[in-house]
Ligand binder design. Structure first.
Ligand code: HAM
Length: 418
C-alpha cells in the first residue's frame, strides 16, 4: 500500500506555492516598513510553555496539542501558536535589554489536533507579528493599521475588523463573577465541556460553537459593561484612533478569543467567504504574559493570520516555474555536451535556460520547449554542429537566425539581456 500524508497536513505543490510566496514576501515587505524584524523559532517547545500561557482550560491545551515525551522523558509539544514561543525567546535572549520596544514577526507552521475541514487543518501556517513594551493604545491601532495595510497590499478583500476589550486583572474578576452567576442559572442547555469548565474559565463558554451554548448565552452580561476606568479609557482611545486613521471596525463584545493570555484589546478580521472558519487573522493585547513566563513586567500586543485562509481568499492559480528564456534542442552526444556547457554558463549569469536530458527526438524537444513556454530555442543540429554554428529560433514569430558556436555565449548573453 502507498504511504500517504497525514490527515489535516497538506502538501503545497508547485502551482499553489507561488501564491504562498507572494503572501509571505508581501508580509516581509509591509512589516519591514513598520520596523518589524523576523524571528525564527523551533517548532517544538517544552509543553509547560503552552500550558502556562494559553491556559490549562482552553480547547488548545485540553484537546488539541501534539504532545509527546522525547527519548529522555521530557514532555514536548509541537507549537500550536507563535506568541508564547516568541515571548519565551524574548525573555531567554533578553531582547528587552537592547531596545525598550521590540517588534517581531514570524512565518511558520503551527500544529493543532482539530477536526480538519475547509480552512482548518492540523498543520497550518501563520504569519504573526508582536510588539512588546508599549502600553499606549496608539500601538494597538498601529498594529491594526499594519494588518489592514498588509491585507490590502495582498489583495485580500471582504474582511471586517471586529474589536473588543477583555479588561485587566483589576476588572476581569468582577466580570467573571457576573458571568458565572449568569451561567449557573442556565447550566442545562450547555454542552458537557462548558458545564465542566464554566467555573474555572467562564469566558470559554461565550466562545463555544455548540448551538445550545450560543443560544443559552445570547443575553450574557457584556464584558464592556464591566471594564474598569483604565480599560474603558484604553478601549475608547483605541476606537478614537481607529476613526482618525479611517479604519472601519465593529465592536463585538462576545469575542473572547480561544487563548487565556489576552487582556484589554482583542480583535479578529473576519470574512463571510470561508464558511465557518471565518477568522482570517486574530490577536490582541497580552499585558501579563511576559511577566507570567518569568520575564520583566512588559505589555505586549500582536496578531497572527492563517496563511491557508489567505490563500483560499486569494484563490490559488499562480504560474508554475517561470518559462525558460532559452531552450537548447539538439541531437547526439556532441550537441548535448555543447548545449550543456552553454546552458550552465547562461544559468550562472542568471538566465533561465533549459535543455533535454532524456535523449528525445528533435520534434519531442521542440514540443517540450513549446509546452514550457520557452521564448527562444537554440537548435544544435548535426549539420550545423559540423559547421560550428546553430539556429536560434524565436518561438513567438518563428524567425530563425544563425549564430556561431565559438562566440555563442557572448552573442546569447547580449541577445537575452537586451
Ligand atoms: P488564533 O486565533 O488561535 O490566535 O489563530 C490565529 C489565526 O490562525 C486564526 O485567525 C486563523 O486564521 C489561523 N488558524 C488557527 N487555527 C487554524 C487551523 N487549525 N487551521 C488553519 N488556520 C488556523 C493565535 O494563534 C494567537 N497566537 C494570535 C496572536 C498573536 N495574538 C497575539 N499575538
Amino acid at each position: 500500500m502507498n504511504i500517504t500524508g497525514i490527515k489535516g497536513m497538506n502538501d503545497i505543490l508547485p502551482g499553489e506555492i507561488e501564491t504562498w510566496q507572494f503572501l509571505e514576501e508581501t508580509a516581509r515587505q509591509v512589516f519591514r516598513g513598520y520596523g518589524f524584524a523576523e524571528i525564527r523559532l523551533p517548532v517544538v517547545e517544552k509543553t509547560e510553555l503552552f500550558c502556562r500561557s494559553i491556559g490549562e482550560s482552553t480547547d488548545i491545551v485540553e484537546k488539541e496539542m501534539y504532545t509527546f515525551d522525547d527519548k529522555s522523558g521530557h514532555s514536548l509539544t509541537l507549537r500550536p501558536e507563535g506568541t508564547a514561543p516568541v515571548m519565551r525567546a524574548f525573555i531567554e535572549h533578553k531582547l528587552h535589554a537592547g531596545d525598550p520596544v521590540s517588534k517581531l514577526y514570524y512565518i511558520g507552521p503551527m500544529f493543532r489536533y482539530e477536526r480538519p475541514q475547509k480552512g482548518r487543518y492540523r498543520q497550518f501556517y501563520q504569519i504573526g507579528a508582536e510588539v512588546i513594551g508599549v502600553d499606549d493604545p496608539k500601538i494597538d491601532v498601529q498594529v491594526l493599521a499594519m494588518l489592514m495595510h498588509y491585507l490590502n497590499a495582498a489583495g485580500i478583500e471582504n474582511v471586517e475588523l471586529q474589536i473588543n476589550s477583555l479588561g485587566c486583572p483589576e476588572c476581569r474578576p468582577g466580570y467573571r463573577r457576573a458571568l458565572i452567576d449568569f451561567l449557573e442559572a442556565r447550566l442545562d442547555p450547555l454542552c458537557s465541556d462548558c458545564r465542566r469548565r464554566y467555573q474555572s474559565n467562564p469566558l470559554r463558554v461565550l466562545d463555544c460553537k455548540v448551538p445550545g451554548c450560543k443560544e443559552a448565552t445570547a443575553q450574557a452580561p457584556s464584558v464592556l459593561e464591566h471594564l474598569c476606568a483604565g480599560c474603558e479609557d484604553h478601549f475608547a482611545t483605541v476606537r478614537r484612533h481607529l476613526e482618525t486613521l479611517n479604519l472601519p471596525h465593529t465592536v463585538n463584545p462576545r469575542m473572547v478569543r480561544g487563548l487565556d493570555y489576552y487582556t484589554r484589546t482583542t480583535f479578529e478580521m473576519v470574512t463571510n467567504r470561508l464558511g465557518s472558519q471565518n477568522a482570517v487573522a486574530a490577536g490582541g493585547r497580552y499585558d501579563g504574559l511576559v511577566k507570567s513566563l518569568g520575564g520583566p513586567e512588559l505589555p505586549g500586543i500582536g496578531f497572527a493570520m492563517g496563511l491557508e485562509r489567505l490563500v483560499l481568499m486569494k484563490g490559488a492559480g499562480g504560474t508554475v516555474a517561470p518559462a525558460p528564456e532559452l531552450f537548447f534542442a539538439g541531437i547526439g552526444e556532441a550537441a548535448s555536451d555543447q548545449a550543456f556547457l552553454l546552458m550552465s554558463a547562461l544559468q550562472k549569469s542568471g538566465i533561465r535556460a533549459e535543455m533535454d536530458f532524456l535523449g528525445k527526438s528533435l520534434k519531442a524537444q521542440m514540443r517540450r520547449a513549446n509546452k514550457l513556454g520557452a521564448a527562444r530555442v537554440l537548435i544544435i543540429g548535426e549539420e550545423e554542429l559540423a559547421k560550428g554554428s546553430a539556429q536560434l529560433k524565436d518561438m513567438a514569430d518563428g524567425s530563425q537566425q544563425e549564430i556561431r558556436l565559438d562566440t555563442a555565449l557572448p552573442t546569447l548573453l547580449s541577445l537575452l539581456r537586451s
